[in-house]
Design a protein around this ligand. Structure first.
Ligand code: BT5
Length: 264
């Protein structure tokens, strides 16, 4: 079923989110939100898609977004901050989802920087993109994809993907869930605007099982590094320590558990 926007508004309780704009079929809610003319959007607007025909992941990967079975949406914000703080908005997006699904008694795990996992399978992901006018940020689009009511996935995704329905064994109401995610986002975004970055990071680290684990990171510039996850910086960077005790910060990349570190 389509997400009922009126229903979402009835559940929602915050003063950051403005208009909820629903489109039954879109290429990508991020693409739409990035391309809208500035006069037609404001901070706090949300673009929601019934389905996405060209849903996007990071690095031009695809995001599978079948009709009515998930929440596919983009929150538009216009932060008066430096570009270097944008990655924090991805963390906020993932944390907002993680906390909202806790309300329906699902304990998920945050995987830096943008994944929400359940039993190591991906239940949701976040893609933040921005538009700038030279040196100023015009808008940041925080795109969130959450698998809600799928009963199965295409073969290529089935080993690593899961939906809330598959976890709970029942159909999940999307309206309350979306309202909760948007309320959480508003709370964390207020902290962000107030420069309370460490509070956001602290909440994130509590839900990140990779903290203190040995991992391998493939960074966006092609570097590979092994090490222990020791922290996340106030800019959202992952901090890794190698065996020599040297720490390095990463702003983007794909992280996996170092299986060799589990051998005795
Ligand atoms: C992400 O990228 O996880 C970001 C996903 C963001 C999706 C939202 S939906 C609303 C907004 N509009 C958009 O166009 N995008 C955002 P990444 O970490 O790069 O993961 C992508 C990988 O996840 C793919 O290469 C697949 O392996 C896998 N994948 C694709 N669709 C999936 C799904 N529905 N559930 C779980 N895994 C999926």
């Amino acid at each position: 079923m389509k997400v009922d926007i009126k229903g979402v508004k009835e559940y929602m309780n915050n003063n950051i989110i403005e208009e909820l704009k629903y489109f039954d079929s879109v290429t990508s809610t991020n693409e739409l939100a990035l391309n809208m003319v500035s006069s037609k959007i404001q901070e706090g607007d949300v673009i929601i898609g019934g389905e996405q025909t060209k849903g996007r992941g990071r690095l031009k990967r695809n995001w599978y977004s079948p009709q009515y079975l998930g929440l596919w949406f983009s929150i538009i914000v216009k932060p008066a901050k430096d570009f270097e703080r944008i990655p924090l908005l991805t963390l906020i997006g993932a944390l907002s989802v993680q906390q909202a699904i806790k309300n329906i008694k699902i304990n998920s795990d945050l995987k830096w920087p943008n994944d929400i996992l359940y039993n190591n399978k991906k239940v949701g992901g976040v893609l933040s993109q921005f538009r700038s006018d030279g040196s100023e940020i015009d808008r940041v689009v925080v795109g969130i994809g959450l698998n809600v009511n799928q009963r199965e996935f295409p073969e290529e995704l089935q080993d690593n993907s899961i939906s809330l329905r598959m976890i709970k064994g029942t159909v999940i109401e999307k309206e309350k869930l979306l309202a909760d995610i948007l309320d959480n986002f508003s709370d964390f975004y207020k902290l962000f605007k107030d420069g309370e970055y460490s509070k956001i990071i602290c909440s994130w680290k509590k839900e990140m099982s990779m903290l203190n684990k040995q991992i391998i990171i493939n960074s966006s510039n092609g570097n590979k590094m092994k090490g222990k996850v020791v922290d996340i910086s106030n800019k959202g960077e992952l901090i890794i320590e190698n065996t020599k005790g040297v720490k390095q910060k990463f702003i983007a990349g794909d992280v996996s558990i170092d299986k060799n570190s589990l051998r005795f």
